[in-house]
Structures are given as structure tokens and as C-alpha cells.
Ligand binder design. Structure first.
Ligand SMILES: [Mg+2]
Length: 245
């Protein structure tokens, strides 16, 4: 339910011309207007939420009230969720017999990690389709942009730089908090985020839900298989939910 909604009427020269070169008459005075939200708000049409609103009402022209029906589509720019992306596990699977994993082209160069052969380039288009800002959150750090981004057809992405060891590391290890969890919260600064990793535990989820102001999805991936179609569908559904304002 939206309350305190105001409608601003912008004066325009007549005749206004529509996209098919038809002249449109602009009502001088809107007598009544009732709006109905016809569609749920969704991400789309660029970077923002979009919903359609139809209005039934009437306006006065020549002393007569005439019916008026129009549809507004609005796109309000919102901050997209961040998508923190681990590499080993989600994108480069491990843990089964090596023969289980197909090898993809291009073959890793001699100076590259041989496990890059397990990187399925099809992840690129699926990652690109997720409605969020991809950020490398991996021990590969900036090497991810040199070795993975080109194979996936992705642009160079922002990278989370991990902090130097600190006094809290021992405490974190004792309670089972992942070493990435604190730095990711620092990086997110309250923005909504999804974190895709194979090492997430309930401790990390509890920590984030207690200290992070915005919505967060800590999404654990089975490292033996890496990201699957089901994983992408779940991530996509969460990222599309219109709660990231
Ligand atoms: Mg990993």
C-alpha cells in the first residue's frame, strides 16, 4: 500500500506527438484520478524498478467531464545488490575424481592455474544476466580479472581486497566465522548483497543478519558441482525481489 502519493502534471505544448506521429490532446484539468498498480514492481528496463499503473478518471473540457484512461510506467533508479563471487568451488569445481570434470577451451597457459580448464565459459552469460553488480570476492583477487573475466566474456570487475591479518582472526577462527565475512560487510557498507561461496556456514549467516543493515543472501554452493542451473534460478529469484530499496 502506497500512501502520500502525489502526481505532478507537467505542462506541454499542444499538440503533443506520440511515437507514431499522432497528435495527442492534453487535458487542461484533471477532475478525478484513481490509480491501480497493475503489476508488481520488478527490476527491468535498465537499472531500476518498473511497475505499471493504470488510472481511471475524468477531465473537464468544454464544460463536460470526459473519461480519461492512461497507463504510467515508472522506473525509479535504485541501487542494485552487490554479488560477491568466489571462484574455487562456485566456478571452478573440485572434490570429485579429476576425470569427472570436462576441460573447456581455451586451455590454460603454462603460467596459469591448470584448474582454469574446469571453468565453463557458459557461466559468463548466466552471471551477466543476474540483476546485480558482480564483484570478485576470491583469493584470486585481481588475477580473476586477468584469467577468468576474458574466458567468461565478462568485463573487468571490481575486486574485494582482503585486509592484512589482524587480532580478530584468532577469535573468528575459534567461533568458525569465515575470514571473508567481516571484510565483505565492510565492503558492502549496508548495501544489499548476495555472497556466492562454497564455504559459508550458519555462523556467517548469523553474523551478517546481526550486523548488516540491508538484505543479504549468503548462498552456499556445492564445490563438487559448482554453480548449477538450480543455483542460478534461486539467486535470480532472490535478486529480483523488490526489497532492495
Ligand atoms: Mg571457494
Amino acid at each position: 500500500m502506497f500512501q502520500d502519493v502525489s502526481v505532478e502534471v507537467t505542462p506541454r505544448a499542444e499538440p503533443e506527438i506520440d511515437s507514431q506521429w499522432r497528435a495527442m490532446r492534453v487535458p487542461r484539468e484533471v477532475a478525478a484520478l484513481d490509480g491501480t498498480v497493475d503489476t508488481p514492481l520488478r527490476y527491468g528496463h535498465g537499472r531500476g524498478y518498473v511497475g505499471a499503473y493504470s488510472f481511471e478518471g475524468s477531465f473537464r473540457r468544454g464544460g463536460l467531464r470526459r473519461p480519461l484512461t492512461c497507463v504510467f510506467v515508472t522506473a525509479a533508479p535504485k541501487t542494485l545488490p552487490l554479488i560477491y563471487l568466489d571462484v574455487d568451488g562456485p566456478l571452478i569445481p573440485f572434490g570429485l575424481e579429476p576425470s569427472h570434470y570436462p576441460s573447456f577451451e581455451p586451455s590454460p597457459r603454462d603460467d596459469e592455474n591448470p584448474l582454469l580448464a574446469r571453468l565453463d565459459p557458459a557461466h559468463g552469460s548466466r552471471l551477466r544476466a543476474l540483476p546485480g553488480e558482480l564483484v570478485w570476492a576470491t583469493t584470486w583477487q585481481h588475477d580473476a580479472n586477468d584469467s577468468l573475466s576474458p574466458r567468461l566474456g565478462l568485463p573487468r570487475l571490481p575486486v574485494v581486497d582482503w585486509p592484512e591479518p589482524s587480532d580478530s582472526d584468532e577469535f573468528d577462527a575459534r567461533i568458525g566465522l569465515h575470514w571473508k565475512t567481516r571484510p565483505l560487510l565492510d565492503h558492502a557498507q549496508g548495501r544489499p548483497f548476495a555472497w556466492i561461496d562454497d564455504e559459508i556456514s550458519g555462523i556467517d549467516r548469523d553474523w551478517v543478519s546481526g550486523l548488516h543493515a540491508g538484505p543479504a543472501l549468503l548462498y552456499r554452493v556445492d564445490p563438487r558441482r559448482g554453480l548449477t542451473g538450480d543455483d542460478y534460478r534461486e539467486l535470480d529469484a532472490w535478486l529480483w525481489e523488490p526489497r532492495h530499496s
